[in-house]
Each structure stands twice: as structure tokens, then as C-alpha cells.
Design a protein. Sequence first.
Length: 181
Amino acid sequence: MTSALLETPVKRNDGSEDTLKSYAGKVLLVVNVASKCGLTPQYNGLEALYQAKKDQGLEILGFPANDFNGQEPGSDEDIKTFCSTTFDVHFPLFAKISVLKDSHPLYEQLKKAKPEAIGEGPMREKLKGFGIAPNEAPEILWNFEKFLIGRNGDVVARFAPDVAADDPRLVEAVEAELNKE
């Protein structure tokens, strides 16, 4: 992994300090998640993808964020309980962060590495339809935006929030990275 991304301090959902070093050599899908969003059912697809591909080296890393209309208001413990009881989530969850204003250093690096998202457009128009002014790239558009990081630590793709875990574009990108040594 690129050293800056690898060395970025993160907090696990239980409050313990960590970095992404523990995921070196794996394919990572980093997702800003929320419990009270219209896209929250994506947890089902993310967990299914995780279960299908974890033995091949995929890790999905969930970073709760309350940046979009207060859609992640709970504590880290509330979030963990919600994810496990409602969606049977087993992939790693981290402490709640910000992905917009004063965004976490991990997200600053991700946005810089991939300023444009695949699948951009439909979600932006939906937000406008709800009277919400969408953020302009490279900012995170909404909850459930996804960054794919290859085994070598390079950020290889970014997917719009409404590109679900079973979308062929995302699945093909994940499989391509898993097939690389």
C-alpha cells in the first residue's frame, strides 16, 4: 500500500487505534455508511459481497459518517448494534468520522487519488429532485460512496453512492483487483 494511505490513523468501532497496515496485501472497498439513509439497504449487498469474496482477499471497511442530513446520528455502539442486528454485518466497522467538512485524513487522500466517481449522475439528479444541492467533485456526494483500493495500495476506482455492491461495474473492478498478485 502507498505509505501515506497505509499509515493513516483510524479508530475501530470499539475505539481502539489502528492503521490500514493490518489490511496490507488485501483488496479494500472503503465505504462511508449511514443507518438512516435511503441507501442503507446497501448493507445487504455489501455483506453479501464481503461473504462471497473475503476468502479471496477482499475487505470491506465501513466508515459511518453523519455528514448528510443527519443520517448517522447514533453512537459507535448504536451503529454496531444496528448493523449486526438489522443487516448481520460482519465486515469491519470503524468509528464515526466526517467525510466532508474537516474530513478525516483517509478521506482527504481517497478524494485526491480519485476525484471522479463511476456511475456519477443519477444520484446527483435525485438529490436535486429533493431540493438538495449536490456536492461537486471531488467532494463525497452522499452516503455509500465507495473507493476500491488494490492489493498494492493504489486507489483504483471510486463509485457513486447509488452504484450498489452487485452492480457489474463494481463487481468486475473488485474481481480484477482480486485476480492481481
